[in-house]
Design a protein around this ligand. Structure first.
Ligand code: TXA
Ligand code: MG
Length: 314
């Protein structure tokens, strides 16, 4: 494929995106968290192309995007806990992992052979419009080459996947900036990935604490690979100063920062800036030092992504 179309955020753009998807094509769509690389979740060829375009290992399952609770119930065994969480936070940055129903017609590549399925109803108006128009389930991982920084702008998507996918639906910059929070509801409610919905809000809605997923647990989020979100350069965390040759990604009122996630120390602003600033500060050579970020609210997701960015490369 030679060229990736940049589609306008209007009825014409939605119609063209929808036509590509019906043809088994790949379309990057804006969501409130990050851009997702969407394909028809019932079409084996289309889903296989997601893995090829991203260079994603086949054992790493995909999230299926739906319009809401009713649509999700077609694909998964619903539960009271699911009702409580989706009722409070859908559409929004929350993914639920639930038992997969039998004979759904979804491509088995979506679940990578697991007996559970991740479902999410995104809140972004363009993602919602596309799901309504397509009128079916869209499998969509983040629209970046596997292992690299997630995209929060059409420019990021084009830089990573341009020429390998049919189109990008232009929704500008994503508001939340980190991926959805993933909760497993197939046994006791478990936080599988911190994300754009703070743990504190989830536990309040559930009326109980969530169990924490530990690496090495039998059932896991297979995509939680150690090295992920990797910039070209190395990353040093909890930096209280900038060393020779480094670039400093600041948080709060720190001196000498090359870029600052939030000079005022606001975690929502920092999450929205995280991936764009990692993209921007990365020259592929200069080591990146990052100021400490508090580990509560959205800080939990920010620190999770930063730890993976800093992890030894596999
Ligand atoms: O905000 C988001 O969640 C974005 C937007 C596009 O919706 N999507 C996203 O997808 O972050 P992806 O593929 O980059 O991350 C999905 C994570 C992976 O770590 C994957 O392993 C995990 O969800 N996952 C998917 N299905 C699962 C399942 N059945 N059980 C456990 N983990 C699952
Ligand atoms: Mg991803």
């Amino acid at each position: 494929m030679a060229k990736t179309d940049l589609l306008p955020p209007d009825a014409d753009g939605i119609a063209r995106a929808c036509a590509y998807l019906r043809d088994g094509g790949l379309v990057a769509m804006p969501t409130e968290t990050v851009y997702g690389l969407a394909a028809d979740a019932r079409n084996d060829r289309a889903v296989a192309r997601i893995f090829e375009a991203k260079g994603r290992p086949r054992f790493n399952p995909l999230i299926v995007h739906v319009t809401g609770i009713k649509a999700a119930q077609q694909w998964v065994e619903w539960s009271e806990a699911a009702d409580r969480l989706a009722g409070a936070f859908w559409p929004g940055p929350l993914t639920l992992v639930l038992p997969l129903k039998p004979d759904t017609g979804l491509s088995p590549l979506v679940t990578a052979g697991l007996e559970t399925l991740a479902v999410r109803a995104p809140a972004h108006p363009l993602a919602r419009a596309l799901l309504e128009a397509f009128d079916g389930p869209l499998a969509a991982p983040s629209a970046n080459p596997s292992g690299r920084i997630s995209p929060t702008t059409p420019t990021h998507v084009m830089a990573g996947l341009g020429g390998r996918i049919e189109a990008v639906l232009d929704g500008g910059a994503c508001g939340v900036g980190v991926e959805s929070t993933i909760v497993g509801l197939f046994e006791r409610p478990t936080l599988l990935r911190p994300g754009g919905l703070p743990l504190e809000a989830l536990e309040a809605a559930l009326g109980a604490p969530l169990a924490m997923h530990e690496a090495g647990d039998g059932i896991s989020a297979p995509g939680q690979l150690q090295s992920h979100y990797a910039p070209g350069a190395t990353v040093r965390l909890n930096a209280h100063e900038k060393r020779a040759g480094e670039k400093l990604l600041g948080f709060g009122p720190v001196a000498g920062a090359d870029l600052n996630l939030s000079p005022g120390g606001d975690l929502t602003e920092a999450a929205a800036n995280l991936f764009a600033m990692l993209h921007a500060i990365d020259d592929g050579v200069s080591p990146i030092a990052v100021s400490p970020v508090p580990d509560h609210g959205l800080g939990r997701a920010i620190n999770d992504r930063l730890r993976r960015a800093a992890a030894p490369r596999g």
